[in-house]
Design a binder for this molecule. Structure first.
Ligand SMILES: [Zn+2]
Length: 680
């Protein structure tokens, strides 16, 4: 989708979002597909699908391959934290039924509209990748159920079945910004394959009782290679652009209601927008059809790219063949996972049970771990000593039993001692990445690089181009070397750096996040976050942003809570949303001179201190606006707001737990800190 179309599209999406929930971000849509897949690899896939569609169009109607029945084995990975998002087997089955009705145009159902039977059917897998009997549902206790799209790779680290043999669907409690779901496109990297759907719109019973289950039908359309009906607006050639399908009427912008509209007049004959199409954004209640052209594309994708999944051999292997007879009892199958199998001495590892078929008891053994055994489902185990350790899990459902041992699964290394402070990097060596700094570019696409067009001082800064970085939601990290914070000799320790950023469109919001780990990179605390208006330092422009000397801002982050840590890792992360250039320069940590000079002669008092319900910040001098940030004792930002530095400001703190907090007042180049105590 070109930039203009995206702008129009987002403006329309905004209307829907604001009607649903005013708190949602301005850039989000019910389906995240356009943001997720808008990259070059799609074009290659597109050529392959198109070539096959052209061949299929010329085949006689009943020729095999044009019109063949194809069954897709499905595995559902339910991520949950023990709440209603852990939906029932029956609710999952209700969605499979809807998918079959919608793709099969089954008479008497909601799917029986004016479209065609695509001849595609879906089957919850009955045999897992290891040949075990299964109901096709994996349940995983994980906070990743509150899903951020850039964390999608972690879902696959938890649980992923061979994507050439199973369609992987991940159910989550929420997706950032109120998105309902998104899917990969065919032909992408295997570890990106699959879709994410919110569990409360999956099926039409239980938590999805008010849903018609059309989110999954829509997302699966993308997985088969279908675009949105409004993909390229009115387009020029109705067959070769837009959604690449001749018989879906062109549509200028998505519609979010069931009104009859005709937004393009260049189709002959000029017909209304197809609000009934599953690949539109209209409500589920007016959707009931795929066109014959969409069926051709689906069939072409399955004949070209996803060829193994529906093969007879695979249907037999996954228990989806019509002759398959499941055993009367599907016994438990033991399995587990952790996201952090490599840790440092003294770190804690969170294990997750991903056993199949409803185990009710768990017996874990952790040689080298503390505790060395556990009977809880998802234990947290500390590893105090260097080495490699096996992990064993025995599960039972009361009548069947199974066990698994993974040798040397946990690797524990010594934490070491980081480099002594201060740390400074101005990128002026001209070497990139500089000594000790690592760039993590997970998607292999656009990432951080040296830039000589703009710098605060010297010749270079570093930059990431979000304008061309269209793999929306992907993260690119600048990882600093491990540092020894105990080497700091001053009183207040700060990290400071300069950044510059402009938008390309008011509705796009790239993000800049600073994360800090004290446990060898196992867990990271967010210590700084900027997006939208709080990230912008220059005017919105569709040309590449190059800051002048007045368009740099300073990030100042208090690091006092970490002064006793000897092995600290900090990273600065860019999350792209197709905005504009983000520059970073002059990173400093633990400089003892200079920082105090930042302190402004602001006169203010904070009272009461200790406080329980409210604190009052009372300014007696200076009037420049300030950002007030409150950090807890582990350095996590718990409150941030802009205030005008005039008179008295009351800040509600009654939701803070008792303890020490750090209050930081930051103005343009100025900084003041004060320790406050909350006592209940
Ligand atoms: Zn979509």
């Amino acid at each position: 989708m070109n930039s203009l179309t995206k702008s129009i599209f987002l403006a329309s999406a905004l209307l829907l979002v604001s009607n649903i929930n005013k708190a949602q971000s301005s850039t989000n849509n019910p389906c995240y597909f356009d943001e997720y897949t808008n990259n070059n690899s799609i074009l290659q896939t597109e050529a392959a699908i198109q070539a096959k569609v052209e061949i299929l169009k010329k085949l006689p109607v009943n020729k095999a391959g044009h019109d063949s029945s194809k069954t897709i084995p499905v595995v559902i990975h339910v991520l949950h934290i023990g709440g209603a998002e852990n939906i029932s087997d029956a609710q999952i089955q209700s969605q499979i039924t809807i998918m079959n009705e919608d793709y099969g145009k089954i008479a008497g159902t909601n799917g029986d509209g004016n479209g065609v039977d695509t001849k595609i059917r879906f089957c919850l897998a009955r045999i897992d990748p290891n040949g075990n009997c299964t109901n096709g549902i994996v349940r995983i206790y994980s906070t990743l159920t509150n899903h951020k799209t850039y964390e999608r790779a972690m879902l696959k680290q938890l649980s992923f079945w061979d994507n050439t043999k199973y369609m992987n669907i991940y159910l989550v409690k929420s997706i950032t910004g109120g998105v309902l779901g998104y899917s990969s496109f065919p032909g992408g990297p295997p570890d990106e394959d699959g879709m994410v759907v919110r569990s409360n719109v999956f099926g039409n019973i239980g938590t999805a009782a008010s849903s018609l289950g059309r989110t999954a039908s829509h997302e699966i359309g993308h997985w088969f290679g279908l675009y949105h009906t409004f993909n390229n607006g009115c387009g020029v050639d109705l067959c070769l652009d837009g959604d690449y399908i001749c018989d879906t009427p062109p549509q200028a912008t998505p519609s979010f209601n069931c009104n009859t509209l005709n937004t393009c007049s260049n189709d002959v004959p000029d017909v209304n927008d197809q609000k009934e199409n599953y690949m539109s954004y209209t409500p589920g209640s007016c959707k009931d059809m795929f066109t014959n052209g969409q069926k051709l594309r689906i069939q072409a994708t399955l004949d070209t790219i996803r060829t193994i999944i529906w093969s007879q051999t695979n249907l037999i292997a996954t228990g989806c063949d019509s002759n398959y007879t499941a055993p009367t009892v599907c016994g438990v199958v033991a399995n587990f996972v952790t996201l952090t199998p490599v840790v440092c001495e003294g770190n804690t590892v969170n294990f997750m049970d991903i056993s199949l078929n409803d185990a009710t008891s768990w017996q874990w053994t952790f040689p080298g771990g503390t505790p060395a055994t556990s009977i809880v489902e998802n234990p947290s185990i500390t590893y105090p000593t260097l080495g490699s350790y096996d992990v064993t899990l025995v599960v039972s459902d009361g009548s069947t039993i199974d066990s698994i041992t993974i040798p040397n699964y946990i690797v524990v290394s010594t934490p070491g001692v980081g480099t002594a402070l201060p740390f400074s990097e101005n990128f002026d060596s001209g070497i990139f990445p500089p000594q000790g700094i690592i760039i993590n570019n997970f998607d292999g696409g656009v990432t951080w690089g040296l830039d000589s067009a703009a710098s605060v001082s010297g010749n270079y800064s570093i930059k990431i181009d979000n304008y061309i970085n269209t793999n929306y939601g992907s993260s690119d990290e600048i990882v600093l070397p491990y540092l020894d914070f105990t080497s700091f000799t001053g009183t207040n320790m700060f990290m400071t750096f300069k950044w510059a950023y402009a938008r390309s469109d008011p509705s796009f919001s790239d993000e800049m996040i600073v994360l800090l780990s004290t446990d060898c990179g196992t867990n990271f605390n967010q210590i700084y976050y900027r997006t939208g208006n709080t990230l912008v330092t220059g005017p919105t422009q569709t040309t590449p942003f190059i800051p002048d000397s007045t368009q740099w801002a300073t990030a100042t982050i208090l690091l006092n809570p970490y002064l006793s840590e000897q092995y600290v890792q900090v990273k600065i992360v860019n999350i792209t949303d197709g905005g504009n250039n983000l520059y970073i320069d002059d990173i400093n940590i633990g400089i003892t001179t200079g920082i105090e000079m930042l302190e402004e002669e602001v006169q203010f008092t904070v009272y009461p201190n200790p406080a329980s319900d409210n604190i009052v910040i009372d300014f007696t001098k200076f009037s420049a606006d300030k950002t007030i940030s409150i950090y807890n004792s582990i350095g996590k930002l718990v409150l941030s707001k802009m205030i005008s530095a005039k008179g008295k400001h009351t800040i509600l703190v009654n939701h803070f737990s008792s303890g020490i907090y750090y209050l930081v007042l930051e103005g343009s180049g100025t900084l003041n800190t004060q320790k406050i105590i909350i006592s209940k």
